[in-house]
Design a protein around this ligand. Structure first.
Ligand code: GLN
Length: 190
């Protein structure tokens, strides 16, 4: 059984926990550096990326987390989690797990929150319901990044190696397929 760390300093933690446990993962909430030891992957939830970043720095998690992610720890970030896993924006560098640049709260000024049916590469069985809440806009992707889904021409799901990110919130629907896709890339998974 894979042990999945779930970053729990801020944001929508319980919803991810439920999805991961339903898929048979052992979930460990991560609030301190030592709790990174022995995890097979990590999930970064939605919430407020600026608050999460501040808290991560305060508790001394930012650097060790960045090191683990850069040395290949599988990671899955939704919305604010995507912002943190990215290269960041001009003001705030990210953890650099996925070579994308993002702009916060910029996903269409008309629609701060919306839903969209999404066809996601690697997810079988029909479109997913994408729930977007003040989502980040992906401004650019490096060559190593595989875009898995778009809304119009805007990437909303992507992966690079073992790092998976979505601008939407699969944890807020009953759909487990995105989490299953993440777990499929985690060693120790069935
Ligand atoms: N707007 C938030 C941020 O910039 C992200 C919103 C979310 O995670 N739903 O951090």
């Amino acid at each position: 059984v894979p042990v999945i760390g779930l970053l729990a300093v801020q944001g929508g933690v319980a919803e991810h926990e439920r999805h991961l446990e339903r898929l048979g993962a052992a979930v460990r909430r991560v609030r301190r550096p030592g709790e990174l030891d022995g995890i097979d992957g990590i999930v970064l939830p939605g919430g407020e990326s600026s608050a999460m970043r501040r808290l991560l720095t305060t508790v001394g998690l930012w650097e060790p987390l960045r090191e683990r992610v850069r040395s290949g720890l599988p990671a899955f970030g939704t919305c604010a989690g995507m912002i943190l896993l990215s290269g960041g924006d001009d003001a705030d560098p990210g953890l650099g797990g996925v070579d994308i640049r993002v702009q916060r709260n910029a996903f269409g000024s008309q629609a701060a929150s919306f839903e969209s049916e999404l066809d996601v590469d690697g997810v079988e069985g029909g479109p997913m319901r994408g729930v977007f809440i003040r989502a980040p806009l992906v401004r650019s992707c490096g060559v190593g990044v595989q875009v898995l889904a778009r809304v119009g021409d805007r990437p909303v799901a992507a992966r690079q190696g073992a790092v998976l990110v979505t601008a939407f919130h699969p944890e807020l629907t009953g759909d487990l397929r995105m989490h299953r896709l993440f777990l499929a890339g985690v060693s120790g998974s069935v």
